[in-house]
Write a protein that binds this ligand. Structure first.
Ligand code: ZN
Length: 276
């Protein structure tokens, strides 16, 4: 039997995809770093430059961190685009959509001095047209604001759903079941805003989840872009009766007859079945 694995022979992956780039991310990133987890932070470059703030219904002021603060804070994590100005996208023309995407990508690349390949939609409106613009702008994926309620990763990288939104009352149970599952390429990706953890008083809940995940030796913390690139590569391998062909640029991992092996980029692996 052949089972596909994540890098370093890990069976499962874990990611947090958090939006808006706000001051509560300081506490959130501190927790991620404490448990060696990986986050993907979806940012609006124009609102960051303006230190934009708004008042939550609880009275809490929610403020964007500055570009300089973001460069330090998100070191070791992924930064992705969340549009330039966080518009509700249903009323935008194609030209306006592209401007929101292209300008944000360019600004973030200048701020962080690296290629930005991920996108997460602001609010909850998304369409085929937006997904095509996301692809056209050069992003590798477009994360929508819906949960799949499943640890089987989506096949549609431009309508990408996180596994579960942190508000979901089933969150703890979902994570416990994820830790137990043997499903191939299982992924737990939690979506949210760190200010929700503050206003809903959920810091302890999220820290308990981080602790449990970090104690599970079979789960690899990854950024969303690492996950997407890896899934695209491992889903494109050709597996015949006695050969695994890796046409990708990544080292790919498998369990073959109970043994963990990796196949180097552009190489083949010949399978010697023990019981044959
Ligand atoms: Zn947002």
């Amino acid at each position: 039997m052949i089972k596909k694995l994540y890098p370093n022979g890990k069976e499962k992956a874990f990611n947090l995809t958090y939006d808006d780039g706000i001051y509560d991310d300081y506490k959130f990133v501190e927790l991620l770093n404490k448990y060696n987890l990986k986050g993907t932070f979806n940012l609006n470059s124009k609102l960051m430059k303006e230190n934009f703030s708004w008042t939550h219904e609880t009275g809490k002021i929610i403020k964007r961190i500055s570009p300089q603060e973001a460069v330090c804070l998100y070191k070791g994590h992924e930064v992705a685009s969340h549009t330039l100005t966080h518009p509700y996208m249903n009323n935008l023309t194609k030209k306006e959509i592209l401007k929101e995407l292209i300008d944000d990508k360019k600004n973030l690349e200048e701020i962080f001095k690296k290629e930005i390949l991920g996108f997460a939609v602001p609010f909850d409106f998304y369409s085929k047209e937006i997904s095509e613009c996301v692809k056209e702008t050069g992003f590798e994926y477009g994360r929508i604001s819906e949960e799949s309620n499943s640890w089987i990763p989506s096949e549609d990288y431009y309508f990408w759903k996180a596994s579960i939104i942190h508000f979901n009352l089933n969150l703890e149970n979902f994570v416990n079941e994820f830790i137990k599952t043997n499903d191939e390429l299982a992924l737990c990706q939690i979506l949210g805003h760190s200010y929700d953890l503050e206003v809903e008083n959920k810091w302890n809940l999220i820290e308990n989840i981080f602790k449990k995940i970090s104690e599970s030796k079979n789960i690899l913390p990854m950024t969303n872009i690492e996950i997407i690139k890896y899934l695209k590569a491992i889903r494109s391998v050709k597996i015949s009766e006695n050969k695994i062909i890796n046409n990708s640029d990544l080292e790919l991992w498998f369990e073959v007859d109970g043994k963990k092996i990796s196949v180097q980029p552009k190489k083949e692996f010949f399978i010697k079945w023990d019981n044959v």
